[in-house]
Design a protein around this ligand. Sequence first.
Ligand SMILES: [Zn+2]
Length: 408
Amino acid sequence: MRRINTRDFRVATRTTSREINRRIALNLIREHQPISRADLARRMSVTRGVVSVLAHELIEQELIYEGATGETARGRKPTFLHIRTQDRMAIAVDVRFSKTYLMLCDFSGRQLALEIYDTIFAIPQFVKDLAVRVRRMLKTQGADGSCEGMGVVVPGMVDHRTGLILNAPALGWRDVAIRDQLAAATGLPVQIENSGRASAQAQLWLEREEAAGTQSFIYVSVSDGVGVGVVVNGELVRGHDHIAGEFGHMPLSLDGPRCMCGMTGCWEAYISNLATLSRYFGWNLSKLSSNSLRGAGPDSFTVLDLVARARGGDAKANTALQSTARFLGLGLATIVNVVNPDSIYLAGEVTTAWDLIEGTVREALAERALTTAAARTPLRVVSTHEYPRLRGAAALIAAPTFAAPRVA
Ligand SMILES: [Zn+2]
């Protein structure tokens, strides 16, 4: 049940209902492709005639295409419908404290080219350099004409509508407007979003099988910082001032370790890669300033190395991982008690040790979750090989095609 907003609505017309049916068809095709018109009609509980009209309109809009012919016992052979993704391109950019990742991909998130380079912190240079790289990549790949936009994700809070980066502590960026500059320099439409939220969008829009069943979920990405995306009833929760879902900065303890945001005891300060490494090396995060926190951590030794040592029998490495796992589980319990999602997706380097830490995470979750059912919330690990944050950046460009039109 949803209340109609009498201050912001669009009156439904015949065009609206057709548009909604087209989007329903489009999403069913995306989930079940290749799919015949007859099968689509069955799934939509409408006649073949209605589906033929919808399919015709979607083909005209160049959102789907007709593929191979299927087999049938008798009568005319059906042609299958597919989503048009292969020749629709997007540029995806993931800006992190350590490196910037730049990818050219198609609308399904399939990688066509990838560049990884040291992040530039000065804004004018960042924009100039990125624009040069993007233009070069499009040219080299012959994608000048087919690229429909550029999605950029950052570790921080973003006003998605204006593209203003409100606060990205890891980058030292506050109230930074780069969207229009990037658009002008590349000639592409640009979307900017928080990396955790964008990853949640990708989970919602680019994944086919399991994600289709989950409408309310949490996406937690643990890396340099902690990014969280909250999806409720198929929609990303942004909040009144664009900071909803910033669970990374919920305090686990008021006198805990120092966080990049300037406070102490945030969840992020307990579970980030830096937190895990500092446990292993015995660094004292509380003694570091925010600036030196950003610079701390040797490039040469990462959480992946730590995981390798734990697997090799290094007890200290295992203890550091288990400690992170316990805090991860405790934080997840709070999220479960607040949002009660149908599942939680976990991404980041530490999840490569899932077989070592799953027990500890689940135990901590069960300890604080308020009901038995909540304690059993499914935890799904997202493979780090697929660059989930880049897929999130791509989803900023690809997903609007599939979204339901907004009416009352
Ligand atoms: Zn914090």
